[in-house]
Ligand binder design. Structure first.
Ligand code: SF4
Length: 387
């Protein structure tokens, strides 16, 4: 086989995979369902992080029927910490879709697969190649990088041209007998060897045929994307306790962190001396009911397009409120220092027992403040023990 023959490239890749494949739970016993779940989890999340989530998810929702019958809250709580929650919602919608339209089965053809919620070209390619042994490429950012470097392609990740070019190259290289292994091998090479900033070409099975390596310009390929601007949003979070309860609300169904729980918050940084006014004006909490306000640590969280720059306060309220006004606390979303205005965040604040609130699905962005719940639970237990 000539070294310029693309089937020679494939052989190098598969030989390397046979020796070096990562030991991952979704590779042990493949079904279309397990491939779908694992590939959705692996989008935007590293394999090492996904493993415990995948194992628990598959234990509790072992098939489409179980996932379709599960409540969305249950599915979201299995996702808490993985981020990009629309993936979990799409899995649930996808299970309903397969149940209703495909008799609870995952179809083995691309045109039906990509009609399912949340399934695009990449997931369809992964399912078809890995679970149905069909010669379909599964192109994600890792594969675009590896193939761009392998052939020194002047393509820009994220562009439709890059996708088309890489798909065409992969179709030329794809071995008919092991398409799933071929795709997985390239994913492993992208994750472990041909990394974005420092590819370890000495360990790469493709080094003898890699064009960018021969040029000594590995990291010049693919071309750089022009940076997208990240917006910084200041927020003030209020952790409002009333004896053994805490105020939480649910975010709207759609948009950032949809349907997850959060603490009442406002956009903007509220000075400590203005907290009483803010709580009264915007949440309807009268000042005589506030026992104390204390500043908590600042935190920040980066989403793909947005950074939350958070300051926070713990507010303790008079417990006599629990059964009366507190349940009718109003809330609107607004910015500090501006007029009240109605917004999409109209879900009412609710007071939950702290232990119950700790079990709700909060986003990772609020992890620092959710930890105050666990701290409060510990303090409660210590106080009960000492009485
Ligand atoms: S030789 Fe280097 S640049 Fe080329 S594919 Fe391998 S790791 Fe990437």
């Amino acid at each position: 086989m000539a070294k310029t023959d693309l089937s020679y490239y494939s052989q190098l890749i598969l030989d390397w995979y046979d020796e070096n494949a990562r030991d991952l739970p979704w590779r042990k016993y493949r079904t279309p369902y397990s491939t779908w779940i694992s590939e959705v989890m692996l989008q935007q999340t590293q394999a090492i992080t996904v493993i415990p989530y995948y194992e628990k998810f598959m234990r509790d929702f072992p098939d489409i029927k179980a996932l379709s019958e599960a409540g969305i809250d249950d599915v979201l709580s299995h996702w808490a910490g993985l981020g990009y929650y629309s993936r979990a919602k799409n899995l649930k919608k996808g299970a309903d879709y397969f149940t209703q339209l495909h008799n609870g089965m995952i179809p083995d053809n691309k045109s039906d697969l990509i009609k399912a919620p949340g399934i695009g070209q990449y997931i369809a390619g992964a399912i078809l190649s890995m679970a149905f042994n069909q010669p379909e490429p599964a192109v994600d950012g890792n594969l675009i990088r590896v193939i761009a470097r392998l052939f020194a392609l002047m393509i820009v990740p994220g562009s439709s041209e890059a996708l088309r070019t890489v798909q065409a190259k992969l179709r030329e290289m794809m071995p008919c007998d092991r398409p799933g292994d071929f795709n997985e091998a390239l994913m492993d090479i992208g994750a472990m060897i041909c990394t974005p900033k420092s590819p370890t070409c000495d360990h790469c099975p493709l080094s003898q045929v890699c064009h960018s390596h021969q040029l000594g310009k590995e990291t010049d390929f693919p071309l750089k994307k022009t940076a997208t601007k990240v917006r910084i949003e200041e927020r003030t979070i209020f952790i409002i306790f009333s004896e053994n309860r805490i105020a939480v609300r649910r975010r709207p169904d759609h948009g950032l962190l949809g349907r997850l729980y959060e603490f009442p918050s406002i956009i903007g940084h509220c000075p400590e001396e203005s907290c009483t006014d803010t709580l009264e004006r915007h949440f309807g909490i009268q000042r005589e009911h506030i026992l104390s306000i204390r500043a908590l640590e600042n935190d920040s969280f980066k989403f793909s397009h947005l950074i939350w720059d958070m300051k926070a306060f713990q507010v303790d309220l008079n417990s006599s409120l629990i059964n009366t006004e507190i349940l009718s606390l109003r809330e609107t979303e607004y910015s500090y220092g501006t007029e009240l205005h109605p917004d999409i965040h109209q879900a009412p604040l609710q007071f939950y027992e702290i232990e119950n609130a700790a079990g709700l699905a909060f986003p990772t962005a609020l992890k620092t403040y959710k930890d105050y719940l666990f701290q409060a639970i510990t303090e409660q237990k210590q106080s009960h023990a000492s009485h």
